[in-house]
Design a protein around this ligand. Structure first.
Ligand code: IMP
Length: 195
């Protein structure tokens, strides 16, 4: 069993990634690893923030670990909220006010194209590798559904007419940016262990 520390305390993300990993790999969250530190995300890109988080945990523990940083990018707002997705409305992360702000900014906006992006930074045997996953779609006129987290109730992935918030986790995984990045991570890990 290969154990990886996942540098997050977001239980939704832990659940989504745990469900996506094949047998032979296990992940433990920061809390489970006994790390109560809040890791900063000070950089202007998802890539740099992901690297920062995995590096901090690797320096703290010396163990194999990975982090992920995700964001929602809209075309009409030139990529916003992007790297600011968690703190779009306020410096304190709050899911409802973030979606309210996004819907307000896109009111009467014809172009509702958006995409979720995930960047995973893996540090294994002291070496970093990054993996990216994208999910294109559009922003709904109003929130629909109560599933998932964050912007899920307002994001409709291409190929569906429902929001992520209206989907089960299994249904979301068919489209998920995070799942796509994790798939690349898994391919890499499998090659590493030669299976
Ligand atoms: P971070 O990756 O923890 O910095 O947070 C990124 C923010 O993007 C989250 O707080 C959510 O608001 C949003 N986000 C990232 N992935 C998803 C997703 O799968 N569904 C909905 N919102 C997401």
């Amino acid at each position: 069993m290969i154990e990886l520390i996942f540098a997050t305390n977001n239980e939704h993300k832990v659940l989504e990634i745990r469900q996506a990993l094949p047998e032979g790999f296990s992940i433990i969250s920061l809390r489970e690893a006994g790390i109560l530190k809040d890791i900063p995300e000070p950089h202007p890109t998802l890539e740099a923030n992901a690297t920062e988080k995995s590096t901090v945990i690797y320096q703290l523990t010396g163990k194999n670990c990975f982090s992920e940083d995700s964001g929602l990018e809209t075309e009409a707002l030139n990529g916003a909220p992007g790297v600011r997705s968690a703190r779009f409305a306020d410096d304190e992360p709050a899911y409802t006010s973030n979606t309210d702000k996004l819907l307000a900014l896109l009111r009467n906006q014809g172009n509702r194209k958006a995409r979720f992006k995930t960047v995973i930074s893996l540090i294994i045997n002291g070496k970093e590798q990054r993996f990216e996953g994208l999910c294109t779609g559009k922003i709904a006129e109003a929130p629909l559904g109560t599933g998932g987290f964050g912007y899920d109730p307002v994001f409709i992935p291409d190929g569906s007419d429902r929001t992520f918030g209206q989907m089960t986790l299994e249904e979301k995984q068919e489209f998920s940016h995070r799942k796509k990045a994790v798939k690349k991570l898994v391919v890499y890990l499998k090659e590493l262990v030669g299976s």
